[in-house]
Ligand binder design. Structure first.
Ligand SMILES: [Zn+2]
Length: 318
């Protein structure tokens, strides 16, 4: 049985019904925020939100997730993505708020991606008047005034173009689509995980039963280019693969200079880098390079590496 109610985050009228097989949880189905689950009790983190801007930010993220066709969220006081309610991972309010764009470039890039998901084809017109009340969620802008100012800026930058004589109808320009195609390479849906490590026989087992399995368990595809085939030189293929990757695993066992380069290059591109090192190599690493601020995963067996790396991927890669 579902009842008409309001979305907890964006306040739009939405369906609310008891979560199947969970007497103490409600599923919300909002046309902007998609589906999410709220426990009826003990969810102080959610029910105590006083800041309307926090609710707005959460609605933006949920709306973005819906457009990306990602699975819904079951809110809890602590994130535990391995645990699920009706297939929805448990995620805390803090972790969702953390996904809200922080830098101007994030606002711009994610807005462009959201707009691209609204159209049926590249040169479809979008009507500003047709953007309904809560569609400002798409632009991460809280009200109509800032949304309109942002759209004018997008036009000024050449990403959108208003039809001649119209201040409401606009198209997405060739410049827009070029930018979106570049952004899509690193967006969700990109399942590539580049592995930078020492390709020595002593590392085979750690790769096969540790790194590779952890990446696959987390739903990604490991990409590894054997440096030995390239005389240990950084080649164009490696550079191209790192540009394409969603995140990078840098394993410092054996301290290969290539791994330092690849980790630095990926970080410079803004990719998430996960640092790992074999227990017996940690001292040597600390002696030569100060990478301690990066919180390495230290492991003593392939199984240990698989477990720790899997948990880290689930916790840090969205
Ligand atoms: Zn909503």
């Amino acid at each position: 049985m579902s009842t008409e109610n309001n979305c907890f985050f964006c306040n739009t009228k939405c369906e609310v019904f008891q979560t199947p097989d969970h007497h103490l949880a409600n599923t919300y189905r909002c046309k902007y925020c998609g589906e999410y689950i709220l426990l009826q009790k003990g969810l102080s983190e959610v029910y105590d939100i006083r800041e309307p801007s926090d609710k707005f930010k959460i609605a933006c993220i949920l709306n973005e997730r819906r457009l990306k066709k990602l699975v819904g969220i079951a809110f809890d006081n602590k994130t535990n993505k391995e645990k699920k309610i009706c297939g929805f991972p448990l995620v805390s309010v803090g972790d969702i708020l953390d996904e809200f764009p922080k830098k101007a470039s994030d606002f711009l890039n994610r807005t462009l991606l959201n707009l691209s998901r609204l159209t049926a084809g590249p040169f479809d017109c979008i009507s500003r008047d047709d953007m309904k009340e809560n569609e400002h969620l798409l632009l991460f802008n809280q009200n109509r005034k800032t949304r309109d100012a942002f759209l004018l800026e997008l036009a000024e930058q050449g990403f959108i173009r208003f039809n001649i004589g119209s201040s409401t109808l606009f198209i997405l320009t060739t410049k827009f689509w070029e930018m979106v195609e570049n952004l899509q390479k690193t967006e969700v849906g990109n399942k590539r995980a580049f592995v930078a490590m020492w390709f020595d026989k002593s590392m085979d087992d750690y790769y096969k039963n540790g790194v590779k399995k952890a990446i696959e368990d987390a739903g990604y595809v490991p990409v590894r280019i054997d440096l030995q085939n390239f005389n240990e030189k950084i080649c164009d293929e490696i550079i191209a693969e790192i540009k394409r990757t969603k995140f990078l695993i840098a394993d410092f066992s054996g301290m290969r200079t290539g791994v330092f380069f690849e980790a630095g290059f990926a970080k410079g591109l803004g990719r998430e880098v996960i640092f790992t090192v074999r227990k017996e190599d940690i001292e040597g690493l600390n002696e030569h390079f100060d990478t301690r601020q990066y919180n390495h995963i230290v492991y003593d067996s392939p199984e240990d590496l698989r477990k720790k790396l899997y948990n880290r991927i689930c916790a840090t890669i969205v």
